[in-house]
Ligand binder design. Structure first.
Ligand code: HEM
Ligand code: HEM
Length: 217
């Protein structure tokens, strides 16, 4: 009788909550932002003040929800993930040069995506604040704020489409969706894409090293 493939815990509940809070807010902000930006959409939707209010309240709700997840969730797993992303080793550099190199829980591309996502979130908030406050106090009206806000939107839209392709469409990588919904992935898939992570996990299970990437539920 065939045995079921082994499952490896990939993302904690807190990591998944951070991801889905961020993703949901991003999609509403993108949708409402495009209704403000594209004349054809703006005309079709109408009700500009309502769309603007949705955009701004979503931004506030997004920041509050993220804060709540961090306060109430497993902060240790978030710190561990941040350290993991910060560690850019020779294998990561080789991977970026399109060489075959074993990858950790997140590959070099994913680490870069995580850093860009975090940096863009800060820049969106800062430029968004100036757009909002500049309307109320002309001393804070910075023409560059709108330009930067728009450029952030273009770049993050392209990254978002690539991200959707890899996580929902591309057959070799779409199994990763399981990790972000249920928290686990199959060992065979993990071995093919994140060999170094699987090695670390198995060494830990044999009691050789501490569980840097393990103990995820
Ligand atoms: C996270 C915090 C954010 C804040 C505080 C914020 C705030 C604002 C404000 C105040 C405006 C000006 C609305 C107007 O007067 O018409 C605006 C416009 C816009 N926002 Fe955001 N926003 C945020 C995030 C985002 C994100 C994540 C996206 C897209 C991915 C986005 C896309 C847009 C677009 C496309 C416009 C229209 C710009 C234009 O008319 O040229 N925003 N935002
Ligand atoms: C419906 C929309 C989305 C889906 C289905 C989705 C799916 C996923 C999945 C499956 C992973 C885990 C990848 C793996 O384990 O190898 C992931 C990771 C991640 N997602 Fe999303 N995501 C979505 C939206 C977003 C949005 C809007 C953002 C940011 C604006 C985002 C940022 C990230 C980041 C930074 C990571 C970790 C690094 C990476 O895997 O690239 N995601 N996402």
């Amino acid at each position: 009788m065939a045995t079921a493939p082994r499952r490896l815990a990939r993302f904690t509940r807190t990591e998944r909550a951070v991801h889905w809070v961020h993703a949901s807010a991003f999609m509403i902000l993108l949708g409402s932002g495009l209704c403000l930006y594209l004349p054809s959409l703006a005309e079709m939707v109408g009700r500009r003040p309502l769309v603007k209010a949705i955009h701004i309240y979503t931004a506030v709700a997004w920041a509050v929800a993220l804060l709540l997840v961090v306060v109430a969730g497993d902060r240790r797993s978030l710190v561990r993930t941040a350290r993991e992303i910060d560690r850019f080793d020779a294998d990561d550099r080789a991977w970026l040069r399109r060489r075959r190199a074993p990858q950790g829980r997140l590959n070099a591309g994913q680490k870069l995506n995580a850093v860009i996502t975090a940096a863009f979130a800060v820049l969106f908030v800062v430029t968004g604040f100036f757009l909002w406050y500049g309307e109320r106090n002309t001393r804070f009206r910075l023409p560059a704020a709108l330009l930067v806000h728009d450029w952030l939107m273009y770049v993050s839209f392209i990254l978002f489409v690539g991200h959707l392709f890899l996580t929902l469409v591309y057959p070799k990588t779409r199994h990763s969706l399981n990790g972000m919904t249920h928290g686990w992935v199959e060992e065979d898939w993990a071995r093919a894409h994140h060999g170094k992570w699987v090695e670390e996990m198995s060494q830990w299970h044999e009691g050789e090293i501490s569980p840097t990437a393990a103990s995820r539920s």
